[in-house]
Design a protein around this ligand. Structure first.
Ligand SMILES: CC(C)(COP(=O)(O)OP(=O)(O)OC[C@H]1O[C@@H](n2cnc3c(N)ncnc32)[C@H](O)[C@@H]1OP(=O)(O)O)[C@@H](O)C(=O)NCCC(=O)NCCS
Length: 184
């Protein structure tokens, strides 16, 4: 049975070191495991990642991680959202959307407008959530556990949502070679 609550009662905040056991329990409750969580908290403490948590009535009910990739040579790079989860009894009440929005705000706060996330091909709740929030398929992905997609969104409200370029047939590298005399 879902727990009755108002979305306004949910607050989103940055994780602190003492949240690690709680987030580990939350992950384990949905079968995700907590391996690597210490590394994530260390990366967050060093400012390379951001772990956001949703709380309602003092309970930890969800979380999401933001990392920044590919910033170099004047480029701000890309914000990557991962590990979005909501405790099962608290789902379908807007918490996943709140966490996604908070993650995007954290990315935009750094001046980064290019945002990506990975999703399993068969994860319909997550796919619906992301599509409803303006994410579009960028490229297929193969995870160790199965196929999926990397989705992408432009956070700059003055531009339309990321438009997916038309599918192009990959040309083998040897066909791209041009030999003197004209024939490939
Ligand atoms: C995906 C997940 C985070 C969504 O959290 P949530 O709090 O239920 O999401 P919201 O209530 O904000 O849902 C917003 C919208 O997403 C879509 N959605 C969410 N769950 C859905 C479901 N089970 N079936 C269909 N659509 C769903 C709907 O469009 C929904 O809007 P609506 O309720 O007005 O129809 C949650 O289901 C979850 O933790 N799943 C397990 C972990 C996971 O798969 N994470 C994603 C990793 S990529």
């Amino acid at each position: 049975m879902a727990i009755p609550f108002q979305v306004a009662e949910v607050s989103v905040r940055s994780a602190r070191a003492y949240d690690l056991p709680g987030l580990a329990l939350l992950r384990e409750s949905i079968g995700w495991g907590a391996g690597g969580l210490e590394g994530s908290f260390a990366a967050a403490a060093a400012g390379r990642q951001l772990i956001l948590l949703a709380e309602c009535r003092g309970r930890l009910v969800g979380g999401v991680t933001v990392s920044f990739q590919g910033a170099a040579r004047g480029s701000l790079g890309r914000g990557h959202i991962s590990d979005l989860l909501v405790a099962p009894l608290w789902r379908r009440r807007g918490i996943g959307g709140r966490l996604l929005q908070a993650a995007e705000e954290a990315i935009a706060a750094r001046g980064v407008t290019d945002c990506t996330l990975d999703v399993d091909a068969h994860n319909e709740p997550a796919l619906r959530l992301y599509l409803a929030n303006g994410y579009r398929r960028w490229k297929p992905a193969q995870f160790p556990w199965g196929p999926g997609y990397t989705l992408r969104k432009c956070l700059d409200a003055s531009r339309p949502p990321w438009s997916v370029p038309p599918a192009r047939r990959a040309t083998p590298w040897w066909r791209q070679l041009r030999w003197p005399g004209g024939t490939a």
